[in-house]
Design a protein around this ligand. Structure first.
Ligand SMILES: Nc1ncnc2c1ncn2[C@@H]1O[C@H](COP(=O)(O)OP(=O)(O)OP(=O)(O)O)[C@@H](O)[C@H]1O
Length: 383
């Protein structure tokens, strides 16, 4: 089975289980992959019907399945990704003597991959993204790109390498008209422009907001609009600075899933690097998480050579330190720290996590959550 067929089979599975929340978005991804305007128009009509009949799940599933069967027969060319699209080697950026210095940072990323960029405030996330986006220059190191088209003009570069900052500009007119303006600039015919824009509006969950103005949108929907505007330009590298800021927890998960699926497109994959403070959410969708501390680089795929891997557990509990020390007295606890909100317990490497859970389960105190962060970038924050 090729990737297109696999994605379609996955959507059939979602629909068979009546799971349309994620299933419908994945359904639209399969239709988008076909690049077939007739199928786009049918998917747009289904989206319109869906919004008007929110309770009618069965007929919606039938409509989706019928269109998927058509999409199954459309050949979709698969983009094979072999070499990295971006290779940064030992980048260093200094804002002046005695001021902040980033690096050396080395990163390579391929199309279809998603990297998270995390770190406390002021540790260089925006600086790194802006260097990679060629918005600011670096002092040392090299930065190379391998776009599909080898000879890009500066205008084309801005289309293929897109950076969305934390704060975006105000725009005027309706959301839909602004999106149509993007494609009009590329000379797309009016009929195709309308279809592609409505498809993007449907995919990014903007259907009921398409006639609204900038001032009428919440910050979460403004971010979705920025993404729609960017994706219409078919970028090859996307650099997002804090796209999750101002989003509620559910919306964060939805947008991350959407980004992951869109970047994994069969015929138009995108390399994505996004900075965020939402470590766990970002870790779930990222192929790699880069951690910056005082401008220095670490990532969650690096082996820890100098130290043996400890078991590190984060615990939110009403239990106090003395009681925890008592609970863990048989468990080779090395260190117990409390940051005011949660405890971080470090155990010798051979301590099994389920023994920690068992010890906590036997306590009479309330435990709100326990998380094994031994493999998470979170351990860099606490160490
Ligand atoms: N143009 C500039 N001139 C001088 N110093 C700067 C400039 N831009 C950023 N800095 C400094 O560089 C450091 C890193 O800033 P940067 O914005 O890259 O961090 P960040 O990790 O994105 O922070 P946050 O999470 O708060 O957005 C900070 O100490 C900041 O004050």
């Amino acid at each position: 089975m090729n990737k297109h067929a696999l994605r379609i089979a996955e959507v059939f599975h979602f629909l068979d289980n009546k799971d349309i929340t994620l299933g419908y978005r994945k359904f639209l991804d399969c239709i988008i992959d076909t690049q077939h305007m007739d199928l786009y128009n049918e998917a747009i009509a289904i989206t319109d019907w869906k919004e008007q009949h929110p309770q009618e799940v069965e007929p919606l599933i039938e409509k989706c399945k019928a269109l998927l069967s058509k999409a199954e027969n459309i050949p979709v060319e698969e983009t094979t990704v072999t070499s990295p699209i971006l290779t940064a080697t030992n980048l260093v950026k200094s804002y002046g003597t005695h001021k902040f210095t980033l690096g050396p940072v080395s990163v390579t990323i391929k199309k279809g991959q998603v990297y998270g960029l995390v770190g406390e405030n002021g540790n260089g996330k925006t600086t790194l993204l802006r260097i990679l986006a060629k918005e600011i220059t670096h002092n040392q190191g090299s930065l190379q790109f391998e776009f599909k088209d080898k000879k890009l003009s500066n205008f084309d570069l801005r289309t293929k390498l897109i950076y969305i900052p934390q704060r975006t500009d105000v725009w005027y007119g309706s959301l839909k008209d602004n999106l149509k303006f993007v494609l009009a600039n590329y000379g797309v015919s009016p009929a195709e422009n309308e279809t592609r824009v409505l498809m993007m509006i449907a995919r990014l969950g903007l259907w009921n907001y398409k006639h609204l103005k900038w001032s009428e949108l919440s910050s979460g929907y403004k971010m979705r609009f920025e993404l729609a505007r960017t994706l219409l330009r078919q970028p090859e590298i996307l650099l997002l600075d804090e796209p999750l800021a101002n989003l509620d927890v559910l919306a964060q998960q939805v947008i991350l899933e959407d980004l992951k699926a869109i970047c994994n497109s069969v015929n138009n994959p995108i390399a994505l690097i996004l900075s965020s403070q939402q470590l766990y959410e970002v870790e779930k969708v990222s192929d790699k998480v880069i951690f910056l501390k005082n401008g220095k680089y670490k990532d969650n795929t690096e082996e820890e050579i100098d130290t043996q891997k400890l078991l590190i557990v984060e615990i939110d509990t009403t239990t106090n330190r003395t009681q925890l020390l008592e609970l863990f007295k048989e468990l080779a606890l090395k260190k117990l720290t409390f940051n005011g909100g949660v405890f971080t317990a470090e155990f010798e490497p051979d301590v099994p996590f389920n023994k920690v859970l068992k010890a906590l389960g036997e306590s009479q105190e309330q435990v709100t959550y326990v998380r094994n962060i031994s493999n998470s970038t979170r351990r860099f924050f606490v160490s």
